[in-house]
Ligand binder design. Structure first.
Ligand code: FAD
Ligand code: SIN
Length: 526
């Protein structure tokens, strides 16, 4: 049993932002599955969107976000986040993030869907610099305990306690200590969920291995509503390479002038899909165009070419990508880069309000595991890290404000392992995992049909019993925890997709190609 004031699950941008703000007055425990830098935050490349240029306005950024989001965004949330962006950047500068500068001012790059230059960045490895600065500040804070290697299994609520059964109030979480194999109850008055996205539910994804939607699945099982899970974002340009499967080529390559070309004819095909915005159209449009070219012409990949710009400019702007590609025998200053679309971001998630509260008392959530209303049907590039900072702070502020009204935790029972044994069939986990990911890629991908979604649903139902039996009979491992959550998220995605009888933003179905006049969220109620 580990007692703390506040439990934060996740050590990425959202979790550490919340922890740092809360630690001013309370004791905070931060849990991470695997290493403290294993989330998507450390992998972010392009940067963080904020209105900082004299010629830009909040209204422009709000409009771009709503256009990309195909009208499904909640305007109130969009305004809330965008107006707080300059403050979030100031805070990161204070923490020592070495953003690129030009003549003393922050350098702003450009990405798809943005009408202005407004992306602050640290070369092409912004996420690593942000993660590093947040982690150093957390490590130095006497009120923060950072615990890596803790894979949370489920939230502690009345649903899994005999003593106060029935109550939805959350009192922390059970987590597998990956080193000892023991399950520990982390008990807290307030819990913040910041577990990132569910990208690894797809066979091809730019997200790190641990992006298995654990927080979304845990919150759903505990009784939270989730929304818009069908809005899975595919990035247009993931490196095509037989060995390296998930290396992103940042949108900033197109922002700085890169072209998408048919690899055989050299045709700059975006003119056929969005002649006005070309390569800088919102992500859903560019990803669908790349997918269409690949399928229509039977290609393995399309080309992203920036070799027409001066080599020194390319090396200076994209040092990390340049080095990585050079190691694979590709010189991006002289030749095009082979790219394919891949899953990239989970727009839907646990429903939260502007104060980051979920449906359950005692549980707040922030970052990619949430549906805050910011992204709508398609996230605008570089709005995600921003959401983590704004809602990480919002959660901390709200917890601080209502702290005196939060009760002390009741007695919590230890994890019961009396009924389980060690598994002798771990190969089943691997097989189920592979099956789900391949099926989601093939049936629930960039272009959908009702028939394919129904096929996926049928397979998910078949796997459900097998996974639950396995979970009920064997000692938990991180792989098993992830498989159970991955399966849960696949189910939520398919159910949401089947409910949406239109095409909007990231959800494109041949059976309902039109967009309905009125946008509505797909809200699933447990
Ligand atoms: P994460 O950073 O993913 O952190 C999740 C945390 O939760 C981790 O610490 C993990 O260990 C922990 N966790 C998960 N499950 C459990 C569990 N069961 N138990 C305990 N802990 C758990 N966005 C931008 O705005 N700009 C960009 O330039 C950008 N580039 C990107 C590039 C790539 C390659 C990718 C994949 C994403 C990019 N994004 C970008 C998106 C952005 O990085 C993420 O949305 C954001 O970092 C999510 O932060 P988070 O704090 O919500 O979660
Ligand atoms: C990128 O650098 O292309 C990713 C930006 C984002 O996902 O916001």
């Amino acid at each position: 049993m580990n007692d703390c004031d506040i439990l934060v699950i996740g050590s990425g941008a959202a979790g550490l932002t919340a922890a740092l703000a809360l630690a001013e007055t309370r004791r905070v425990t931060v849990l991470a599955k695997g290493s403290l830098t294993g989330g998507s935050t450390a992998w972010a490349q392009g940067g963080i969107a904020a209105v900082l240029d004299a010629g830009d306005t909040f209204d422009n950024h709000i409009r771009d976000t709503m256009v990309a989001g195909a009208g499904l965004n909640r305007r109130e949330t969009v305004e809330f986040v965008i107006e707080r962006a300059p403050h979030a950047i100031d805070r990161l500068v204070e923490l020592g993030v070495p953003f690129n500068r030009q003549s003393g001012d922050l350098h702003l790059t450009r990405e798809g869907g943005h009408s202005h230059r407004r992306i602050v960045h640290v070369d092409d490895a912004t996420g690593w610099a942000v993660q590093d600065a947040l982690l150093k500040a957390a490590e130095a804070h006497p009120n923060i305990a950072l615990l890596p290697g803790q894979a949370c299994i489920d939230l502690i609520t009345g649903r899994n306690q005999q003593t106060f059964s029935g109550s939805g109030r959350v009192w922390g979480a059970y987590a597998l200590d990956e080193a000892s194999g023991k399950v520990v109850a982390h008990v807290a008055r307030a819990t913040v969920l910041a577990t990132g996205g569910a990208g690894r539910v797809y066979q091809f994804s730019t997200a790190p291995r641990g992006a298995t939607g654990d927080g979304i699945a845990m919150a759903w099982r505990a009784g939270c509503r989730v929304a818009n899970m069908e809005m899975m974002q595919f990035h247009p340009t993931c490196l095509y390479n037989l060995e390296v499967k998930n290396f992103l080529i940042t949108e900033a390559v197109r922002g700085e002038g890169g072209h998408l070309l048919h690899p055989e004819t050299g045709h700059r095909y975006m003119v056929d899909y969005d002649a006005e915005r070309m390569e800088l159209a919102p992500r859903d449009i560019v990803a669908r165009a790349n997918d269409d070219q690949i399928k229509r012409y039977g290609l393995d990949y399309v080309h992203l070419d920036i070799s027409h710009l001066p080599p020194e400019f390319v090396r200076r702007h994209f040092p990390t990508i340049h080095e990585k590609l050079a190691g694979l025998g590709i010189d991006m200053t002289r030749e095009p880069i082979p790219v394919v679309p891949a899953q990239h971001y989970t727009c839907g998630g646990v429903l939260i309000g502007l104060n980051a509260r979920t449906d359950l008392p005692g549980l707040w959530a922030a970052g990619e595991c949430t549906e805050s209303g910011l992204h709508g049907a398609n996230r605008l590039a570089s709005n995600s890290l921003l959401e983590c900072f704004v809602f990480g702070e919002a959660a901390a502020r709200d917890i601080a404000e209502c702290w005196d009204r939060l009760d002390d935790p009741p007695p919590i029972r230890e994890w019961d392992e009396s009924r389980v044994t060690d598994s002798d069939e771990e190969v089943v986990i691997k097989q189920n995992w592979t099956e789900i990911r391949r099926m989601m890629w093939n049936y629930v991908g960039i272009v959908r049909t009702t028939k394919r979604l129904e096929r996926a649903q049928h397979r998910i139902e078949l796997l459900a019993q097998e996974i639950e039996d396995y979970y009920g009979s064997f000692r938990v491992t991180t792989d098993l925890i992830e498989l159970r959550n991955l399966h849960q998220c696949a189910d939520l995605i398919v159910r949401s997709a089947l409910r949406r009888h239109e095409s909007r933003g990231l959800h494109f179905t041949l059976d309902y190609p039109e967009t309905l006049p009125k946008a509505h969220d797909t809200v699933l109620i447990p």
